[in-house]
Design a protein. Structure first.
Length: 306
């Protein structure tokens, strides 16, 4: 099922046609409050009431015109203004390819720097999303450059990539902010763990390495980008064994997935954030979300048939 869903995510013929189908648009509403930023911000206001923070990401990647990257950067500047005006505990999370990374790295750096500086004015972080493995080294190098200029820059890393353990050690001296996800792209066995058991084991080992760095006096913002509550509980047990408080890490889940667990963890004293995606370019993102946890297919069907 996972392999099929990832293949569907990358199929250009399906990418054009499936979003036109009424039942597909209805199904995606489980994971998105709407197509526009206003819908996302309204949803964020509701989480704010419950003491849950939010992250916002506009869907889309791999632009072909640098003018489109300029428009994306302008859009995110407006979103940051609206987060400030509404006094939301919110941050933005952006793919570098949305900002023109494939076309002009220096222009991408200018856009990212402006967004990070604007976020810093309000004490917030600017998150860089990770994309497929072909972007891994370039993204981490870009993050190192951004971190030197803008200490509030944060990055997403993927536990299924074998390189991630060394990437974390490489970044620890920078006092990084790291969201660790399992990974949702189709990657070969030569560079990525393939089974759930191996991915989960590496995820836990990576979290323990970061927690041990915190115990040793290092500054690491650790965000668990997973809906696997069993794995979250294991990380919490390790943190407690190291004498660290619940606030030593945070949990970042997607909008619409395991909402009951988001609220339970928040009540139990963990720091919880919800990543709210929006935008019309939702198809590949949506299929990768289903692939991350194929049980979500059942929930999507329930959404369609009500």
């Amino acid at each position: 099922m996972r392999r099929l869903l990832l293949w569907m995510a990358g199929n250009s013929w399906l990418r054009v046609r499936i979003p036109r189908l009424w039942f597909a648009r209805r199904a995606v509403r489980r994971f998105m409050p709407g197509d526009d930023a206003e819908s996302a911000l309204r949803a964020g206001s509701q989480f704010q009431i419950e003491g849950i923070g939010t992250l916002y990401t506009r869907l889309g990647e791999n632009l072909t015109r640098i003018e489109d990257a300029d428009a994306v950067a302008a859009h995110y500047r407006t979103v940051l203004d609206r987060i400030r005006d509404r006094r939301l505990d919110g941050e933005i999370s952006v793919k570098l390819s949305q900002l023109g990374f494939d076309l002009d790295v220096e222009r991408t750096f200018e856009h990212a720097s402006a967004l990070a500086a604007q976020a810093a004015e309000h004490g917030k972080s600017f998150w860089i999303d990770m994309e497929g493995s072909a972007y891994a080294e370039a993204t981490i190098s870009f993050y190192e450059r951004m971190k030197a200029a803008h200490p509030n820059t944060a990055i997403c890393l993927q536990a299924y990539l074998m390189r991630t353990a060394s990437d974390i050690q490489r970044l620890l001296p920078l006092k990084p902010e790291i969201r660790l996800v399992k990974g949702a792209y189709a990657e070969p066995a030569s560079i990525a763990y393939q089974t759930r058991h191996d991915i989960d084991a590496n995820y836990l080992a990576l979290c323990v390495a970061m927690l041990e760095a915190v115990r040793a006096g290092g500054r690491v913002r650790i965000a668990l980008g997973t809906h696997d509550v069993r794995l979250i509980a294991q990380v919490a047990q390790h943190a407690a064994a190291l004498g660290l408080p619940k606030m030593a890490f945070e949990i970042q889940m997607l909008y619409g997935i395991r909402s009951d667990q988001q609220r339970r963890l928040n009540r139990e004293g963990f720091r919880v954030g919800v990543l709210i995606a929006y935008g019309e370019a939702w198809y590949p993102w949506y299929m990768r979300r289903l692939a991350e946890r194929p049980a979500n297919v059942l929930f999507a069907l329930r959404q369609v048939f009500g």
